[in-house]
Design a protein around this ligand. Structure first.
Ligand SMILES: NC(=O)c1ccc[n+]([C@@H]2O[C@H](COP(=O)([O-])OP(=O)(O)OC[C@H]3O[C@@H](n4cnc5c(N)ncnc54)[C@H](OP(=O)(O)O)[C@@H]3O)[C@@H](O)[C@H]2O)c1
Length: 289
């Protein structure tokens, strides 16, 4: 049985607090009355009702002070951190040392079948450290379309990803945050891994149709090859490692491996996950010319 332990005063450290999942998560925790520590590298920005904490995965001197007195840790791995043994494992160990009672880790859908991805290694570090944990394993974020791919949609009227005709079970990060808040504030989620997806799997052609309907101008999905995709990002002077990772990620979609739909999100939230149409409506301004 899950019980809703009194969240008031429960000290939670949120890493990646300004990020796609972290920002809405902080809002949920504040509303619930938790004592929220907002981790960031510069350590001064804090939404109302929270405390700013300086924390840098790459600066071990910030780990113990940030974790002092923390009961629950929301742990994410910043996309730019590739060497998780060097930069994330010490944080897991520092959390154990500080007496953290529960780590909720933002992992990746399918991680259990893919031991080479950094998230699989982080899950292993947490298991080895023996700290009670919950793994959130989400599918592709809808928010990739309002961040990484925003300029393609806004300026080129296209969704330019080499995903072929594969389906993707997109999830809105606001739903991941809502699940994250529940798992941090309620008892009973320890030792669990949740596969978080939206309620349907869409092709990018279908996503482009939704954009066309909601934005009121044609948005195309040209289904570019990996080579054309890499060329566009190379012209934007993006690092080759970033281009390679993105190409690899969309190859997973192209191969039809990103379409798994689960019911975990709905069961945990007691409502249907947010739809792609709703996501587009809520972010219309960011794709306006
Ligand atoms: N995008 C997807 O579709 C998807 C799907 C499944 C899983 N995931 C995983 O979800 C995670 C989050 O991805 P995202 O793209 O949404 O990232 P994000 O939240 O936008 O990442 C940015 C956050 O990372 C923090 N950060 C960056 N470097 C840091 C450092 N050295 N020390 C401390 N904090 C640092 C930033 O904090 P400050 O700048 O404030 O310091 C910021 O809050 C990743 O592990 C990703 O692999 C993503």
């Amino acid at each position: 049985m899950r019980s809703r332990a009194d969240p008031k005063g429960r000290r939670v450290l949120v890493t990646g607090a300004s990020g796609n999942v972290g920002a809405p998560l902080v809002e949920h925790l504040v509303q619930a009355g938790a004592d929220v520590r907002v981790a960031s590298r510069e350590g001064t920005r804090a939404p109302e009702g929270t405390t700013a904490v300086r924390f840098d995965f790459e600066d071990p001197s910030t780990h113990a002070p940030a974790l002092k007195g923390v009961e629950k840790l929301f742990l994410m791995r910043p996309p730019a951190i590739a060497d998780v043994k060097r930069h994330i494992r010490p944080v897991v160990l520092a959390a154990r040392e500080a007496g953290v009672r529960h780590i909720v880790f933002l992992s990746l859908l399918g991680v259990e079948k893919n031991p080479v991805v950094p998230h699989a290694k982080v899950e292993r570090f947490i298991l080895e450290a023996g700290v009670p944990h919950t793994f959130l394993r989400p599918s592709f974020f809808m928010q990739n379309l309002s961040t990484t791919h925003r300029d393609d949609i806004r300026e080129h009227d296209d969704i330019f990803v080499p995903a072929g005709h594969g389906r993707t079970s997109f999830i809105d990060t606001r739903d991941i945050a809502a699940v994250g808040a529940r798992t941090l504030l309620e008892d009973g989620h320890e030792g669990k891994a949740y596969d978080l997806t939206g309620s349907e799997a869409l092709t990018y052609a279908e996503v482009a149709t939704l954009f066309t309907e909601e934005l009121g101008r044609p948005i195309r999905y040209p289904a570019p090859s990996a080579l054309r995709f890499a060329a566009r990002w190379y012209q934007r002077r993006q690092p080759l490692a970033f281009i390679a990772v993105m190409t690899g990620i969309y190859t997973v979609c192209r191969l039809g491996l990103a379409g798994t739909v689960t019911r975990d999100t709905e069961q945990l939230l007691g409502r249907a996950p947010l739809s792609m149409r709703q996501f587009i409506r809520d972010h219309l301004a960011c794709w306006k010319k």
